[in-house]
Design a binder for this molecule. Structure first.
Ligand code: FES
Length: 122
C-alpha cells in the first residue's frame, strides 16, 4: 500500500548537513511505506519505529515500494523473500546481500532522512 511518491522538494525546510525533511509521522503511519522520489529510498513504519532503506531489492532489484511489511520484516513483491528491518538481513538461504538501511531522526512530527551522497555524472 503506497501513496504517491513525494519529492524532497515538496517538504518545508532545508537540508541540514545531509539531512532532509521527508514527511510527517502521520502520513507514514497511514501509508506504512512512503517512496522518496528522486532518491530511490523508502521510509517504512515498522510497528512504532521509522526505518529508511534502499528501494531496490538487493536480490534482483524489484521495487520494494510495492512490497509489504509484517512482523517487523519487509517482504519483496517479486520472490517473497523478506528483510529484517532492524539490520537488513534477508531470509536465510537467499543468495543476496542485506538490505541497506539509512539513518532517520524525528523532530516533532517531521521525519528526517540522512541521504547518501549522489553519484556524480558520467
Ligand atoms: S527480487 Fe526481491 S527477493 Fe528476489
Amino acid at each position: 500500500m503506497c501513496g504517491r511518491p513525494i519529492s524532497v522538494d515538496d517538504a518545508d525546510g532545508h537540508a541540514d548537513a545531509g539531512w532532509i525533511p521527508v514527511c510527517g509521522l502521520g502520513r507514514l503511519k497511514a501509508e506504512t511505506i512512503v517512496r522518496v522520489a528522486g532518491r530511490d529510498l523508502l521510509l517504512i513504519w515498522n510497528e512504532g519505529d521509522v526505518v529508511a532503506c534502499e528501494r531496490a531489492c538487493p536480490h534482483e532489484q524489484a521495487d520494494l515500494g510495492l512490497g509489504h511489511v509484517a512482523e517487523k520484516r519487509l517482504f519483496c513483491p517479486r520472490h517473497a523473500a523478506s528483510f529484517d528491518l532492524s539490520d537488513g538481513a534477508i531470509t536465510a538461504g537467499w543468495p543476496s546481500p542485506p538490505l541497506r538501511l539509512y539513518p532517520v531522526r524525528i523532530t516533532g512530527e517531521q521525519i528526517w532522512l540522512e541521504v547518501p551522497e549522489r553519484r556524480s555524472g558520467r
